[in-house]
Write a protein that binds this ligand. Sequence first.
Ligand SMILES: CC(C)(COP(=O)(O)OP(=O)(O)OC[C@H]1O[C@@H](n2cnc3c(N)ncnc32)[C@H](O)[C@@H]1OP(=O)(O)O)[C@@H](O)C(=O)NCCC(=O)NCCS
Length: 497
Amino acid sequence: MRPAKLILDGKEYEFPVMVGTEDEVAIDIRKLREMTGAITYDPGYVNTGSCKSEITFIDGEKGVLRYRGYPIEELAGKLIYSAAAYLVIYGHLPNKMEFKEWRRDLTMNSFLHEHLRKFFDHYPITAHPMNILASMIASMSSFYPEEVDDPNDIDRHIKRIVGQVKTIAAYSYKQFIGKPCIYPRSDHSWSANFLRMMFGTPAEEYQVPKVMEDALDLILILHMDHEQNCSTSTVRMVGSSQSDLYASVASGINALWGRLHGGANEAVLNMLQRIHKDGGNYKKYVDMAKEKGSRFRLMGFGHRVYKNFDPRAKILRGTVVQLLKELGSNDSLLEIAMGLEEVVLKDDFFIERKLYPNVDFYSGIAYRAMGIPTDMFTVLFAMGRMPGWIAHWLEGARTASNASIGLVRSIPDPAFDTSKESTQYSISIVVPQGRPSREGGNPANPERLPVWSWIPAFGNFQKLWTAWTRWTKWTLRKKTAIQNAPHGAIRPQDDIE
Ligand SMILES: CC(C)(COP(=O)(O)OP(=O)(O)OC[C@H]1O[C@@H](n2cnc3c(N)ncnc32)[C@H](O)[C@@H]1OP(=O)(O)O)[C@@H](O)C(=O)NCCC(=O)NCCS
């Protein structure tokens, strides 16, 4: 394809054009600033390609989703979670030997470090399981600090994260309900282990219903990757600074936690609950969503990328129907959900606007039918997305062609004068950048050198003064705490800092 031309301030520039494997076109503007002095303005980065990627392909218009070249229809419902995770992370389907080893390694790595496990005792009952998951995963790098930077050990980190993410998730639920945690077993699949840890007790063996295990495998695979969304881009951005895998994926979990990202299936359940409390008349809510000027939207309908249908929702619908049939679910929320779906699919307002039930609609219903608490929905999303984040971290941070630290720019807001000089408070607020030189003056900031910093002895005196005031404050606080403490609560030798 011929280069793209840009005319800026009367001058013409040419930029190469890239064509992807599926004929997507991108203008390569890597030299834009160097050549023109200008940058692009693209809040939300919706027109920006940040990397070349071999992991996932989406065509929203045609309803196509592929992982590593395989259509989602050939993976979901045909593979189990661990096999799909291997494909997404390593780029190829495992052979028999590879799979056997990978599965075993995941189970052997699914136990938490015993000291890490004790962290659960200290989260308040109010802690959201997403927050627990993010903090626990981030904490893992403290437990394996000697290895985090060694590329040869990356495989071990990957297995630990994929193995333990479900353990942490299940334990956070058990912690919340105050029941004992149980350990994973090597004769269970990844998904079966998660369900067993969620619903089993140490008193008797829990038989994981096959229909639930299969449904969970399918849902997690459907969520495994989705190109450069908010959380995935976050993982890549954090990883681009060579942050370790634990820190990078923990950032992804935090990004996913936001209401506009991973919280949609939770929102579906909240909406169903609202309809239920209001008497169950879902048709009233359909009318409300259609009203001109109404801000109310039916949660779980429509998609920003998929404009004809969401291929994931299409696959999941069948599983949800089967799940409800086999589990014999007798739940009024689920009845409302299925009634709502039926009405919406026939309604012209929704048909014209291409508002179909999305994957969050069906996954919300499926989780509800399985007995997963609403608070845990986003955690399950994170469990599904984990292999995708890892694959992007590997591709972004470890592939030579992609390995450069992320940096985006901002445009100074014309409404704000960024060039104001602070003169009035310069002596009290400006910290000298670097040591004053012997010749006088600060090389980093010669204009703003505070007068007193020219006297060498003054600097030492200041340090002594700070140390002395800190020590006196600390002693005073300690004394007050001992005096105010209930009898025996704090002993004089306790460190209260
Ligand atoms: C996902 C979503 C943000 C996509 O938005 P979008 O593609 O930008 O669509 P728009 O916001 O431009 O809406 C287009 C039209 O459809 C309507 N619409 C979109 N989603 C709707 C919904 N869920 N319920 C009712 N009306 C909806 C809008 O009101 C608008 O109507 P108008 O043309 O009469 O003004 C949007 O469909 C939505 O909010 N869905 C509900 C939340 C949800 O399920 N999110 C999870 C997505 S995976």
